[in-house]
Design a protein around this ligand. Structure first.
Ligand code: CU
Length: 408
C-alpha cells in the first residue's frame, strides 16, 4: 500500500506543531516587549487565533491519523533503561524515510521452516548469521506496522544445535536501520545471554561465541536500549533448540510457532500505518496478540496427515502475556513444560502455560481429518488475532469421532 498520504499528514502535523510553538514564543516575547495594555491585548488576540487554529488542526490530525501525533514520546519509567519511548530523532527519521524502508509481503515466519534433526553423535561448531532489519509489513490486510526483525521475519529463524556444540553467531545490523540491535540467547550461560557482546549499531556487525551446555528449547531476542521490551514488541524474538546428545524422538511433522504482542496507538482493526504505543506496552494491553508476527500468520501453512505424529515448538515472545496454549480438538500426548528437555514431562494435557520469554514443546497424534485451531485459550485474545489452523488430511476414523451418531 502507498504510505505517502500518511507521511504527508504526519509531516504536516509536525509543521503545525512547530508553528504552534513559534506562535507561543512570539506571543510571550511581544507581551513582554509591549507594556501598554491595549497593545498587548491586540497581540494576544492575533496570536491566540493562530494558536487555536493550529491546535485545532493538530488535534484533528491526531484523531484522524492515530499514529505519530499521539506517540507517547516522553513516557517515563523507573527501569534501568531510558524507557520504551521511541527517540524523537528516530521517529522523525522514520517519517522522512518511510518509503525507503523495505516492505515485507508476509512477515510471518513459515511454521514449516525448521532445520532437520541433528544426526551427528559428537559436538561441532555451528556458524550462524542473523540480520537485524527494520521493515514495513502488514499486521493484517491494510494495517501496516514498522516491524523490527531478525532476517525479515517474525519470529526470527529457527536455530537448531546440539548440546556441547560451540555456536558462533554473527549479528549484522542492516544499514538504514535507526536503532542499535542485539541478541540475548536464553540458551547461553553468561552475562546478558550474549547481548552485552552481540550488539551493533546500524551498518555494523558483531560476533559472539558460546557453548551450549543445557538441552532445551529457548527464546532468543533483542535486548537493546532504550528498552528490550520495546524491541521485542516490534518483533525481535525467535527460538533456538539445543537438542540432547541422543536427539529427540522421531516424529512425522515439526512446526515452529511463536506468540507475540503488538501495541499500536490506534484502535484494533484500524487501517493504515500504526504507530507503536509505549504506554499500552507498559500497561500490558496489546491491540494484537498473534502467532508468527501477524493476524493469520499460520493460516494455510500447517498441514498433517491422519496418523501423523506432530511436534510443535511453541515460544512466547511476550512481552507481557502468559500464553495458555491450546489446540481445539486435540490433547497433547506429551508436553515438555517450559521448554525443558531432560526434566519431567507432562502427558495428556489440554492447555499448557508458556511464560513470556519462554517456550514449550507439545506432541500429539492426529486422529481425525479436519481443521484444528491453535489458540491462546485466554480466548479474548483470539479476537485480537491469536489463532492458527492445522489442517489434517485423511480418512475419517469411525471409532473415535462420530460426526453422524445416527450411523453408528
Ligand atoms: Cu533490537
Amino acid at each position: 500500500m502507498n504510505l505517502v498520504p500518511y507521511q504527508i499528514v504526519r509531516i504536516l502535523f509536525l509543521l503545525i506543531a512547530i508553528v504552534s510553538v513559534i506562535a507561543t514564543i512570539l506571543l510571550i516575547k511581544k507581551m513582554r516587549a509591549k507594556s501598554k495594555k491595549w497593545r498587548a491585548l491586540h497581540l494576544i488576540e492575533t496570536e491566540a487565533i493562530v494558536l487555536l487554529i493550529t491546535l485545532f488542526i493538530g488535534l484533528f490530525a491526531g484523531v484522524a491519523y492515530s499514529g505519530f501525533p499521539s506517540l507517547p514520546m516522553f513516557v517515563k519509567t523507573v527501569g534501568p533503561g531510558a524507557g520504551p519511548q521511541l527517540p524523537l530523532s528516530s521517529a522523525f527519521k522514520f517519517l522522512m524515510n518511510m518509503n525507503n524502508f523495505d516492505r515485507v509481503k508476509d512477515i510471518a515466519a513459515d511454521p514449516n521452516k525448521i532445520p532437520a534433526p541433528i544426526t551427528r553423535k559428537t559436538p561441532d561448531i555451528v556458524n550462524l548469521t542473523l540480520t537485524a532489519s527494520e521493515v514495513l509489513a502488514e499486521i493484517k490486510d491494510g494495517t501496516t506496522f514498522n516491524y523490527w526483525t531478525f532476517d525479515n521475519q517474525v519470529p526470527g529463524p529457527f536455530i537448531r544445535a546440539r548440546v556441547g556444540d560451540t555456536i558462533q553467531v554473527k549479528l549484522i545490523n542492516k544499514k538504514g536501520n535507526l536503532h542499535e540491535h542485539s541478541v540475548d540467547f536464553h540458551a547461553v550461560n553468561g552475562p546478558g545471554g550474549g547481548a552485552s557482546v552481540l550488539k551493533a549499531m546500524p551498518g555494523q556487525e558483531a560476533v559472539f561465541v558460546f557453548k551450549a551446555l543445557n538441552p532445551g528449547i529457548y527464546i532468543y531476542h533483542c535486548a537493546s536500549p532504550p528498552s528490550p521490551a520495546m524491541h521485542m514488541a516490534h518483533g525481535q524474538y525467535g527460538l533456538i533448540l539445543i537438542e540432547p546428545e541422543e536427539g529427540l524422538p522421531k516424529v512425522d511433522r515439526e512446526f515452529y510457532v511463536v506468540q507475540g504482542e503488538i501495541y499500536t496507538t490506534g484502535n484494533i482493526g484500524d487501517k493504515g500505518l500504526q504507530a507503536f504505543d509505549a504506554m499500552a506496552m507498559l500497561d500490558g494491553n496489546p491491540n494484537y496478540v498473534v502467532f508468527n508476527g501477524r493476524v493469520g500468520g499460520l493460516t494455510g501453512k500447517m498441514e498433517a496427515k491422519v496418523g501423523d505424529t506432530v511436534r510443535i515448538y511453541v515460544g512466547n515472545g511476550g512481552v507481557n502475556l502468559i500464553s495458555s496454549f491450546h489446540i481445539i480438538g486435540e490433547i497433547f500426548d506429551t508436553v515438555y513444560p517450559e521448554g525443558s528437555i531432560g526434566g519431567a514431562m507432562f502427558h495428556n494435557v489440554q492447555s499448557t502455560i508458556i511464560p513470556a520469554g519462554g517456550a514449550a514443546i507439545v506432541e500429539f497424534k492426529v486422529e481425525e481429518p479436519g481443521n484444528y485451531v491453535l489458540v491462546d485459550h485466554a480466548l479474548a485474545r483470539v479476537d485480537k488475532g491469536a489463532f492458527g489452523i492445522l489442517k489434517s488430511i485423511g480418512i475419517h476414523n469411525g471409532e473415535i469421532y462420530y460426526p453422524n451418531p445416527a450411523k453408528i
